[in-house]
Design a protein around this ligand. Structure first.
Ligand code: NAD
Length: 190
């Protein structure tokens, strides 16, 4: 059971994000469903009615640093801490490579890769302050395997996998409470 734990899930108004949020709720966690679609508030209200923990909606755009900061401030203000984050908001334009426009590429990279980066950076800063916290990012089969039509999406999801590993290496051995500025520098030989 996750009673008294606080979980934040992005892209939680529907789909996989909602399913993850509902699983946290089943475990009695307090859950913040974040989404840029305001319908997330109604969705959270409905989940709250059948959950033991406190379930709230948060209108937050993962592509907007101010929105992310305000969202995290609100979570800390409401619950006092944050234990788990699932950076799930994503999606992308799927087309054969030669048909992808610059706009398709930018939209996909900005939502999936940059959005996840911006959220992670802000969340890690919260975790460094409080001394703990866990992040899981949603990749896709497109992180590791390419069935075709995924030029932009594969670039973004593959990037999320590398970025997740990079953050894990940076903070794997940091004792946040003792030294919030400590970052592990690991010698890597090629
Ligand atoms: N559906 C699949 O088959 C599949 C497979 C592998 C990976 N994924 C990944 O899983 C995640 C969720 O997929 P899904 O199928 O549930 O998608 P979905 O489109 O059903 O839901 C995505 C949610 O993210 C929200 N969202 C979009 N842009 C946002 C933004 N800028 N800020 C905040 N919220 C935003 C949407 O409003 C929506 O509620 C995505 O990262 C996707 O790439 C999906």
């Amino acid at each position: 059971m996750l009673k008294d734990k606080v979980a934040l899930v992005t892209g939680a108004a529907q789909g996989i994000g909602y399913a993850i949020a509902a699983e946290f709720a089943k475990q009695a966690a307090n859950v913040v469903l974040a989404d840029y679609n305001p319908k997330v508030n109604e969705v959270a209200e409905q989940l709250n009615a059948k959950s033991a923990g406190q379930i709230t909606g948060l209108v937050m755009n993962v592509m907007d640093n101010d929105s992310i900061k305000n969202g995290l401030d609100q979570v800390i203000n409401d619950f006092g801490h944050l234990d788990y984050v699932m950076n799930n908001a994503g999606g992308g334009v799927l087309k054969p490579f030669a048909e992808l426009t610059d706009d398709d590429f930018d939209k996909t990279i900005n939502l999936d890769l940059r959005g996840t980066f911006q959220c992670m950076r802000a969340e890690i800063n919260v975790f460094l302050q409080q001394g703990y916290g866990s992040i899981v990012n949603t990749g896709a089969l497109g992180s590791i395997y390419n069935p075709g039509g995924m030029g932009a999406y594969n670039a973004a999801k593959n990037g999320i996998m590398g970025m997740t590993q990079a953050a894990a290496v940076d903070y794997a051995e940091v004792d946040c409470k003792i030294n919030p500025n400590a970052v592990r520098t690991k010698k890597i030989s090629f």
